[in-house]
Design a protein around this ligand. Sequence first.
Ligand code: ATP
Ligand code: MG
Length: 257
Amino acid sequence: MADAVDPPVLEIEDLRAAPTDGGDDILNGVTLTVRPGEVHAVMGPNGSGKSTLANVLLGSPEYEVTGGTVRFRGDDIADWGPDARGAAGMFLAFQYPQAIPGVSVLNFLRQALSARKGIDLSMLELRLSIMEWMERLGIDPSFADRHLNDGFSGGEKKRNEVLQMAILEPEVAILDETDSGLDIDALRTVARGVEEVRRDRPDLGVVVITHYQRLLDELAPDVVHLIVDGRIVLTGGPELATELEAEGYGKWTGDAA
Ligand SMILES: Nc1ncnc2c1ncn2[C@@H]1O[C@H](COP(=O)(O)OP(=O)(O)OP(=O)(O)O)[C@@H](O)[C@H]1O
Ligand SMILES: [Mg+2]
């Protein structure tokens, strides 16, 4: 655990954001602090702004920040582009979405690593480190030579994402797990990935956006937030996820209208 003097890995204060091409704010004042080593879950109904939050954190040009601040390890990152955020150690699942057809998982990871750390591992070095991670994560070794965009299933995309997280050694990982149709194995890969990466890097901060209680059963978040209408309306411990699963969001969407 961190000293009291360590700044939070991620400090979001009253964050507001709207689509760049016009329209009302989608995020209406999100406040959330992730300290080193904490796992936060963000839950909320469809359309509440969860993916928008992830995209704004990654610096997507699709959104304009209209208010509030985001600090990464104490620095205000308002002026940082997506590449600078990635290089500094913010991992966002869709950081490198340009998957060129014909590029293998291995090659893709090599490019991502070069962007994050400015080091170019040889293919052999990279293969060895990826092999080790695939073994730790229970991923079949042949996966490294699969081609991106070559008919990846939802679960395979997740495996690629988790491998990427492991190899890039981020300070904070933001995972938008709203993809429907992930089977329990894919959810376990995500949970196990987070667990294994945290084993090496106990200070890693994680924000998991999910609808799945099942994922949270595997992942054991420290803090659970409920986002409704672009704002966090409730924060609690892991029991909150269970409550929301049992009761649904109705009580909160009604109040927030
Ligand atoms: N670029 C955009 N332009 C206009 N509206 C947008 C844009 N991005 C998101 N929205 C709207 O903002 C709201 C929040 O969308 P968002 O994708 O963040 O929801 P979500 O909480 O991730 O939902 P889900 O649970 O379905 O994944 C939705 O009404 C969506 O249509
Ligand atoms: Mg979403």
